[in-house]
Design a protein around this ligand. Structure first.
Ligand code: IVH
Length: 683
């Protein structure tokens, strides 16, 4: 074919693709169709005909590529270019007020004069889209904020998401963030269709559909999406506000929540919240609160982030849904640290799309304060992922029975004692108590700890009951022989009615052993967290790993050193110290290491860009608040000092530097301007 002809075909193809994209945009994003369905079908057929005749001209961004395709065997992990943060929550006005006060203090502006982009908090799941030269190349779930799952094939089936950005004013590389959801109508449709799958709520339906390995199934589900922020961008976007970002996103063809509004101060936020809350039932998609975002991007930069959430935004959640049910029984559950928690067994009831049949009663003081008895009718509440709890009594049971804390541990028979000055009671059996032992091992294998996936609660419980394992290091001594005849369940034979044991099959045994051997290399911070030291969560575990670099050094640390670490209080410090001064614990750790467990100290390679370096900062920084830069340096292993001395590694200089600059020059201390410094930090 002559080059003239092929160019003409390319042009025709481009025209028909552009036309379909435009029709799609009007239909799915703007909700105002330009043509009838029939006319749309004709255009689409034109595209299919052309592409069938010239298959090598089928491009990634063609509307024909929205349709299914081959199923995947698994989702691959992908890194986000920029981290995806989460949001801190408030439930009550008094906490929103406190948030505003903190903003005022940080920005030195009266909150009345702070403008917010007030946006409904969409109850779906976050998505990160990557566009290169305007074409959608990757869609990833949020995952842990740094790494998510590649769900591009499924996302491409969502018609309201542009495969190609509109206009030509976009950077070469661009990340766009939003929320995937299924509307209330769409949810009813899925659940009333003939499919065997019933979802508890629209959010689960959206998550279940997005995580389908077969894109044809995803394509058949009414997934939709709103977009609310820009992540990484390779070029300067000339945007100075969140509302400006939303406008830009809508110009590029993204669907933006039509209820978003700019409001001022606490009053404006409260008013918006009230209005949206009152119309919640009429909104065609699920929302679970309002997000207030400081609109000015410079202010956002100044405020920065803390841990996993921005200081410049807060989610004001709607009150949790409540239901009425009765307390049938109360059992006493012994946790990892021996704390005995009363748990109510309830008549099952649906709350916020989930069937609830248990609720924590926290402790005896709570029970007495609420005057709860077995047989009472009560209201229960469940907020998001939070464990359900009892709010109050509706009706006292006719034959109500008092709830009494047992004197002896239901698991090991050791005495239960009330902890001095505390509301809770503890089993005194320590690791001799099988419940505590089991809970410690369950924690050890859990996702955020060692992430040993093939071993669940039931198996651990059986292994401990049969005395095959007694502590976490025994997991590494498991072998074929030990697992071979382990009964994990019993069943009844249909023909004879006789009970028989179910033991582990060869394949299950192989999988269990493999899941352990797959996790023989583990980050030091995960390992520290997995030890289950009381009060040592993930963040503390990370600070300890960063500071001590090895489990040997941590175990030798003294109390006064530990307590100096940021975010570690006296109780946690004492727990850590005591943990590593207990013979059994040290033996257990040694046994694990002797079994070949390798602890990797990632921080050494990744974060310790500035180890043993001390920096001083002067002047107003160009791109971020001083506090943020300080946090970055500390996180990367460096130190901050307020005054320049011979020991200073470098002085970081922003605009209008103070006398520190003169001093640095005099002492011959290295001087770096802040912009160059950001480059070293890759920020
Ligand atoms: S902004 C750093 N805006 O809420 C800011 N998030 O709890 C991060 N969400 O993972 C998000 N509606 O999935 C933002 N209008 C909205 C939102 C929203 C829903 C979700 C999102 C995020 C989660 C954070």
């Amino acid at each position: 074919m002559s080059s003239k002809n092929i160019n003409k075909i390319k042009k025709d193809l481009e025209n028909v693709k552009n036309k379909i994209n435009l029709l799609n945009h009007h239909y799915y994003v703007l909700d105002s169709p330009l043509v009838s369905d029939h006319e749309y079908d004709i255009e689409f057929q034109k595209l299919i005909n052309l592409e069938e005749s010239y298959p090598n001209l089928v491009s990634n961004d063609s509307p024909s590529q929205r349709i299914g395709g081959q199923p995947l065997s698994k989702f691959e992990s992908v890194n986000h270019k920029e981290k995806m943060f989460s949001l801190n929550n408030v439930f009550e006005i008094k906490d929103l007020k406190l948030y505003m006060e903190r903003l005022e203090k940080n920005l030195l502006i009266s909150s009345r004069n702070i403008k917010f982009s007030a946006e409904p908090k969409l109850d779906g799941l976050a998505i990160n889209l990557l566009y290169e030269r305007g074409v959608l190349v990757l869609a990833a779930t949020r995952g842990d904020g740094t790494t998510g799952e590649n769900v591009t094939k499924n996302v491409k089936t969502i018609k309201s998401i542009p495969l190609k950005l509109m206009g030509n004013n976009f950077p070469n590389v661009l990340e766009v963030r939003g929320e995937i959801f299924i509307s209330k109508n769409g949810f009813d449709k899925i659940n009333s269709s003939n499919s065997d799958k019933i979802f508890a709520n629209a959010r689960n339906a959206a998550a279940g559909s997005l995580r389908q390995l077969d894109p044809n199934i995803a394509a058949s589900r009414p997934l939709d999406a709103f977009f609310y922020s820009i992540g990484y961008s390779s070029g300067n976007l000339n945007i100075s506000s969140q509302s400006g970002s939303l406008l830009k996103l809508s110009k590029w063809g993204f669907k933006i929540c039509e209820l978003n509004k700019i409001v001022s101060g606490l009053g404006g936020c409260k008013e918006f919240y009230k209005k949206i809350y009152s119309m919640r039932d009429k909104i065609p998609y699920e929302i679970d609160g309002i997000v207030y975002k400081v609109d000015n991007l410079q202010h956002q930069k100044d405020l920065g982030f803390v841990s996993r959430a921005p200081r410049w935004a807060i989610a004001h959640k709607f009150p949790a849904e409540q239901k009425i049910t009765t307390i049938d029984k109360v059992r006493f559950q012994v946790g990892r640290t021996g704390v005995v928690t009363p748990v109510a067994s309830l008549k099952p009831v649906e709350v916020g799309g989930v069937i609830v049949s248990n609720a924590t009663l926290h402790n005896m003081d709570e029970i007495n304060k609420k005057d709860l008895h077995i047989g009472d009718t009560v209201t229960i509440r469940r907020a998001g992922d939070v464990i359900p709890e009892i709010v109050s009594i509706v009706n006292k049971g006719v034959e109500r029975k008092k709830i009494i804390m047992p004197k002896k541990c239901p698991e090991c028979g050791s005495a239960i004692e009330r902890v001095k000055d505390m509301a809770f009671a503890k089993c005194t059996g320590g690791l001799n108590c099988s419940a505590q032992k089991k809970a410690a091992i369950i924690h050890f294998v859990s996702k955020k700890a060692m992430d040993i996936q093939g071993i669940g609660e039931k198996l651990i419980s059986r292994l401990v009951d049969e005395k095959i394992i007694n502590n976490t290091s025994d997991l590494y001594k498991l072998n074929n022989k030990k697992l071979k005849n382990l009964t994990i369940n019993t069943a009844v034979r249909e023909d004879s009615g006789k009970e028989y044991d179910i033991t582990l099959g060869d394949k299950s045994i192989k999988n269990i052993l493999k899941s352990i051997s797959d996790r023989m290399e583990i980050k030091l911070s995960n390992f520290i967290y997995s030890l289950g030291i009381n009060e040592v969560g993930e963040v503390t575990a990370r600070s300890l790993a960063k500071k001590y670099q090895s489990i040997e050094d941590l175990s030798k640390a003294n109390y006064n050193d530990i307590i100096k670490l940021r975010d570690i209080g006296p109780v946690a410090a004492l727990n850590i110290y005591n943990y590593f001064h207990n013979k059994e614990n040290l033996e257990n750790i040694n046994n694990m290491l002797n079994s070949g467990l390798q602890l990797i100290n990632n921080k050494k390679e990744e974060d310790n860009l500035f180890s043993n370096e001390t920096y001083v900062i002067t002047g107003k920084l160009n791109n971020m608040s001083r506090r943020n830069l300080e946090e970055y340096i500390i996180e990367n292993g460096g130190n901050i000092s307020n005054s320049v001395s011979k020991k200073t590694s470098a002085l970081i200089v922003g605009l209008d530097p103070g006398s520190k600059l003169e001093k640095a020059k005099k002492l011959g201390v290295k001087i770096i301007n802040d912009k160059d410094f950001y480059k070293i930090l890759k920020i």
